[in-house]
Design a protein around this ligand. Structure first.
Ligand code: DMJ
Length: 630
């Protein structure tokens, strides 16, 4: 290399000065890099960090971006089957949720994210404004779980390798059919009932109802995640835009605490966790705050109804002696724990832990949890026990709290298996025809009736089987399969091949409705929900076949010109429609069907727990969130 000679400086002297300068510059740039790198180790609350790094934190995250590229996709080769008892017993496909989290980029990971990238809307002014509009300071608490951290602590990409597309063409065709049903239900809602809570498909108008305290758009909030996982991009974007511009949380009406929580809070939370859109998180937390006054009772057990504007709360008029309902106050845990995660405020978790504590302490008749409890005295009001309506999702949230806590919530685990033992000892029955069912219990007297709502329990007992006592695991899986079989029987014994609201096992009846008032079907998901879980757990093809029977029946009897409708009598072929497309049809029934015909890597059960309205919420891996991430 030739240096041009400067006056008065020898070539060797110039070389020395240059190398000194070079070393100095090197040192300086090293120092700058170190300082900048150190920012990542500061807590989120430090101002300097927010100034330098806040932009990347608040961008909607798209799969395949640098945020996700580090999530390692470790596809478990099907984990060992636990030994089957005999030919008739169902085999358990073990679901280990304890895999380690690794963070390398893989091609599979990137492939899994393509669809999501295309979903991301440009951030509009309305959204940016709304991001700033909530009363809680989401960025100010160092415990706040950022979206990046959360994504890095998942074991697998949420949408799988190829959005869960099954390799088998027949299954894929069935999945496409379900997607078409969703689009049809959505398009009609959009056309005739946009912004209202539900579609009335016969009269082609909207229904508002009185469950949501003046909140609107229940079908929109309930559909966000379903549209998203199905890849219905335009529809998802319309739904998101409606949330941005029209979801008004400042309503002043009387709402069911339970319904607002499972549909609105749950729907917004899962939309946030799937997409990373801050808008959904902020709306969820803003709404969560409005629900808090319902807990202002002498025991902290919330009342069932709350005025979202004034915060006044009271019990349902039909609930005896001003009591609160087990399935209502017992179905808040999953959402409220996530509200604490996202807001950094412990209050949500404190509220639901207080409910848990009281229920754990109180004396239980035969180990059972009655459906009515006084929020004033903290005592049971009546001894009616049911795994169907009034009780159902309380049990569901116990096992799901345990799973969602990355299997660290031992109280929930103990309470769930304790309750299950009591249910087995007191409610599980075998009919003369050999069908296993769950009766209801009234102060020690059995009512041999099982509601459609109770059919979720096949799935619940199935997902809890693996964590039961080692000698009980296969038994629980068999019990789950038997209950799911009974619920399927209740469908096969009707003219329409759809199941009644309640069926009985007395007076010669076997899984059949004996009263006129129990013969209706309102597009409920519970039976299909159990097919989906049992499919994931066993891969027995009969569950997909049963799901397909339901699709055909829905198409034949519930599809009308402008949407889907419930029917008044499942036992007659000349159906009478009830003129209501329930929002849970879009959120649950069609989502579970879609998952049933998808590969297991679409919303893998190792990472996701579904709330009782089928909104997926991620497992919280505290050790990963706390320690591993910078
Ligand atoms: C849904 O809103 C939820 O599944 C709830 O837990 C029970 N009822 C409906 C569906 O049937």
């Amino acid at each position: 290399m030739v240096f041009r000679k400067l006056p008065g400086v020898s070539a060797s002297g110039m070389g020395l000065r240059l190398s000194q300068k070079f070393v100095f510059l090197l040192f300086l740039s090293g120092l700058v890099t170190l300082c900048f790198g150190a920012l990542f180790f500061l807590p989120d609350s430090v101002r300097l960090k927010r100034i330098f790094l806040s932009k990347t934190e608040t961008q909607p995250v798209t799969v395949g971006s640098e945020n996700d590229a580090r999530v390692h996709l470790k596809r478990p080769k099907d984990q060992g089957m636990t030994s089957a008892k005999g030919e008739t017993s169902t085999k358990l496909k073990s679901l280990s949720r304890k895999q380690s989290v690794s963070h390398e980029a893989t091609e599979e990971r990137l492939a899994g994210g393509r669809a999501q990238e295309e979903f991301t809307l440009p951030r509009s002014r309305a959204e940016s404004a709304s991001d700033k509009g909530t009363s809680l300071d989401h960025g100010a608490n160092s415990d706040t779980v950022t979206y990046k951290k959360f994504r890095r602590c998942l074991l697998k990409p949420p949408l799988g390798r190829d959005n869960g597309k099954p390799s088998d063409p027949k299954t894929d065709e069935r999945r496409e059919k379900v997607k078409e049903m969703m689009k049809f239900a959505w398009d009609n809602y959009k056309h005739y009932a946009w912004g209202k809570n539900e579609l009335r498909p016969l009269t082609r108008n909207g229904h508002i109802g009185n469950m949501f305290g003046g909140l609107r758009g229940a079908s929109i909030i309930d559909s966000l995640d379903t549209l998203y996982i199905m890849g219905l991009k335009e529809e998802y974007n319309d739904a998101k835009e409606w949330v941005q511009t029209s979801l008004d949380l400042n309503s002043n009406g009387e709402a069911s605490l339970f319904e607002v929580n499972i549909r609105y809070v749950g729907g917004l939370l899962s939309a946030y966790y799937l997409t990373g859109e801050e808008l959904f998180k902020n709306k969820a937390v803003e709404l969560g705050e409005k629900l808090l006054p319902a807990f202002n009772t002498p025991t902290g057990i919330p009342r069932g109804v709350i005025n979202l504007g004034s915060g006044t709360s009271w019990s349902w008029g039909w609930a005896s002696a001003g009591s609160s309902i087990l399935a209502e106050f017992g179905t808040l845990h999953l959402e409220f724990v996530h509200l604490t995660q996202l807001s950094g405020s412990p209050i949500y978790t404190e509220k639901v832990m207080n409910i848990r504590k009281l229920l754990n302490k109180i004396e239980k008749p035969h180990g059972l949890y009655p459906n009515f409890l006084s929020p004033v005295s903290g005592n049971w009001v009546q001894h009616h026990v049911s795994i169907g309506g009034l009780g159902d999702s309380f049990y569901e949230y116990l096992i799901k709290s345990y799973l969602m806590s990355d299997k660290t919530d031992d109280d929930a685990k103990k309470m769930y298996y304790g309750a299950l033992e009591a249910i087995e000892a007191n409610l599980v029955q075998k009919s003369p025809g050999g069908l296993t069912y769950l009766a209801e219990w009234r102060g020690g007297i059995l009512d041999h009736k099982m509601g459609h709502l109770a059919c979720f329990s096949g799935g619940m007992i199935g997902i809890g089987a693996d964590d039961g006592a080692p000698d009980k695991r296969q038994h629980y899986l068999d019990l789950a399969a038997e209950i799911t079989h009974t619920c399927h029987e209740s469908y096969t014994r009707t003219a329409t091949k759809l199941g009644p609201e309640a069926f009985r096992f007395d007076g010669g009846a076997e899984a059949t409705a004996t009263r006129l008032s129990d013969r209706y079907y309102i597009l409920r998901p519970e039976v299909i929900e159990s097919y989906m879980y049992m499919w994931r757990l066993t891969h027995d093809p009969k569950y997909r076949e049963w799901g397909w029977e339901a699709v055909e029946a829905l198409e034949e009897h519930c599809r009308v010109e402008s949407g889907f409708s419930g029917i008044r009598d499942v036992y007659t072929m000349t159906v009478s429609h009830d003129n209501m497309q329930q929002s849970f049809f879009l959120s649950e029934t069609l989502k579970y069907l879609y998952l049933l015909f998808s590969d297991d890597d679409l919303l893998p059960l190792e990472d996701w727990v579904f709330n009782t309205e089928a909104h997926p919420l991620p497992v919280i891996r505290n050790s990963c969130l706390r320690h591993h991430w910078r």
